[in-house]
Design a protein around this ligand. Structure first.
Ligand code: NAD
Length: 375
């Protein structure tokens, strides 16, 4: 048996080596694609090309008796790598005549990321940090674009200092809230204004498929090139007015970060053996632990600022707390009939999404399980 198994394993190793060679070949081709795209200013991520390619490969896999999801998983993972290497060729500069870009807070986490992308696209970038204001006059008076990316609680006061920008200078920000910075930018500057909220963190290695929310302020025709530049980076832009943005972020950010924070706080008070929890976890609990735990690896000021940025957030959290209490009462009264009734009414509210979310989460859980290396 051992001999037979050995031979089969050698066969598998040989196939794996062929796969590896083919992957190297594929990556080399992708690098060339990156060069061509960079030269011609084509977007790094083309959803139609990706969808068509995956559909063809799935059909071909099925014909060969290979599960279509297997080739899709492999290709999606390979494409992620491709987006990374395509980035190395740099990007076409869509506005070579732009004067300098001044990034206020450019040494911060998100600032560094955007500085790198602007430089990879051939722009001249200057950074203005907290100790640089004394000599900032010339930089700001000659700027073609100013990007504000400072801690949330300082954003408004820093924007208020920008009242001497050239009329044609584009003023924009990357803040996680939008109403306060947008109003301040529109008041302080009479030229083009636009607000962005990148829906990703600074650890993002490629902008391909990432979403940036966009609140238009004024003179869009003057910053259309910037939106096009983001598209070349692979970004999907999603327009939203600044008040609607902040309302949505009450749920998407404030409540979510708060529930993670409270869950972590509660765990720390209960003080279970974390090693054991990890060991005994189901894949979904492992993911939950990861989602909660990762919060505490990040900057508490950023999350505190996001949650405290609007009284609406605290009101929402209060309503959640009341809802929590009502749900707890159902449990404490042992009323299973009421529990099932509530459960079903929530399911009705989710509608088709509950089935869709079940399918999506199954895929995620399988991927999470693949990534686990058991001792
Ligand atoms: P950060 O603390 O890493 O960076 C902030 C930078 O601003 C630092 O370099 C700091 O020195 C600089 N700064 C502070 N005071 C200044 C002053 N008076 N003048 C000039 N510069 C000053 O924060 P971050 O995580 O990069 O966040 C920056 C902005 O990006 C915030 O508005 C945040 O809402 C937004 N944002 C962050 C993320 C994220 O995941 N980090 C995601 C989306 C949006």
């Amino acid at each position: 048996m051992a001999v037979e198994l050995n031979a089969l394993r050698q066969g598998i190793d040989a196939v794996d080596k062929q796969i590896l060679k083919l992957l190297a070949e594929r990556l080399a081709l992708v690098e060339k694609v990156g060069e061509v795209k960079s030269e011609h200013g084509l977007p790094i991520y083309v959803p139609e090309r990706e969808a068509a390619m995956l559909a063809s490969r799935r059909a071909e896999a099925e014909a060969l008796g290979v599960p279509p999801q297997l080739i899709e998983d492999i290709l999606r993972r390979t494409m992620r790598e491709s987006y990374l290497s395509e980035k190395d060729s740099g990007f076409k500069c869509l506005n070579p005549d732009l004067r300098n870009i001044v990034v206020i807070g450019g040494k911060g986490k998100l600032g560094q990321l955007f500085c790198r992308m602007f430089k990879l696209s051939g722009y001249h970038v200057d950074i203005l940090e907290r100790d640089d204001w004394e000599n900032s006059g010339h930089l700001l008076r000659t700027a073609g674009m100013v990007v504000v990316t400072v801690p949330i609680d300082l954003t408004e006061s820093i924007i208020r200092r920008l009242n001497h920008l050239p009329k044609d200078c584009i003023l924009c920000d990357l803040t996680s809230i939008k109403a306060v910075p947008m109003r301040a930018m529109l008041e302080v500057h009479s030229g083009p204004v636009v607000g962005f909220h990148p829906m990703f963190g600074p650890d993002t290695s490629s902008f391909a498929k990432q979403v940036i929310l966009c609140s238009h302020g004024r003179d869009m025709h003057q910053y259309q090139w910037l939106l096009d530049q983001f598209s070349i980076w692979g970004v999907t832009l999603c327009d939203v007015d600044y008040d609607s943005h902040d309302d949505a972020m009450t749920l998407i950010q404030a409540l979510r970060h708060f529930t993670s924070f409270t869950y972590g706080l509660h765990l720390s008070k209960e003080n279970p053996n974390l090693d054991q929890l990890v060991e005994l976890s189901s894949p979904i609990y492992r993911l939950e632990l990861a989602m909660v735990g990762r919060l505490f690896a990040q900057n508490p000021n950023l999350y505190g600022d996001i949650i405290l940025s609007s009284p609406k957030n605290v009101t929402m959290i209060r309503r959640f707390y009341e809802c929590f209490g009502e749900a707890l009462e159902i449990l404490e009264s042992g009323d299973k009939v009421e529990f099932v009734k509530s459960f079903e009414s929530v399911r009705d509210w989710f509608g088709d999404y509950s089935e869709q979310f079940l399918r999506e989460s199954q895929l995620l859980l399988k991927q999470a399980n693949d990534a686990i290396q058991r001792k």
